[in-house]
Design a binder for this molecule. Sequence first.
Ligand SMILES: [Zn+2]
Length: 277
Amino acid sequence: MNHAAAFSAAFLPTRYPEPDRMPGNAGWVIVRGNGVYIAAGTPPTILFSGNPEKTCTILRSQYLGHRNDVPLYAVETGPDSPVAGCTFHANIRELHGILPDDELALAAFAVRIIDFDRTTRFCGQCGAPTRQSGIERAKCCDACGMITYPRTSPAIIVLIRKGDKVLLARSPRFPPDMYSIIAGFVEACETLEEAVRREVREEVGLEVTNIRYLASEPWPFPNSLMLGFVADYAGGGITIDNNEIVAAGWFGREDLPTLPSPLSISRALIDRWIADK
Ligand SMILES: [Zn+2]
């Protein structure tokens, strides 16, 4: 399946070794917690230039990659460090349609990499302070030699077909009336196909067959990689677990409920099924 991932950072290749200090020609994104600052303009932008220390208080900075020979960085500022003339947006996904698509992906990537820096300041094995590798995106512990890379948590998401209907379910976390397809994290020492069968069994009590991989989508909120599958119903009646799922049913193309955001791979899989009559 040809899927244009909304949050892929492939447009931003990295060049190592990275310089010791942020170069004067760098562009930078200002992160605060899980959000970013936006400068007004047509279109609005999250990219700033010049000396960031003249704009805001910097808690940390991270090299992101190069775009058109310009090195891009993320800098994190504190909660009491407002940036003149800018607005703060805590939810990156709400910026869809406001920012150009590549800046939306850049905003999510900047938040993701700042989170990596913030949560790997100390070695997870021996507790000593870490240092930036400089030659790859990693943190090094000089005390015990451990290298820490950004964590990626694989999760499966599966569209289940039964005749001309599709299984859709509601999580209690969803907005009212919204339904989506079954998803869940892959467990330790589990294959992707086993994760698909287990999640479907746990959440809706069904058996599936013909499990086929279609596409993937980075979902950096905070660090998932969604792996999209399609499968066919093989048996069982819908039995929801009432924790992760509060409603589920078979839906035809003519009676679909509210569906997830067009940014998500769940929507891409559902749209592919709708088009594939
Ligand atoms: Zn260590």
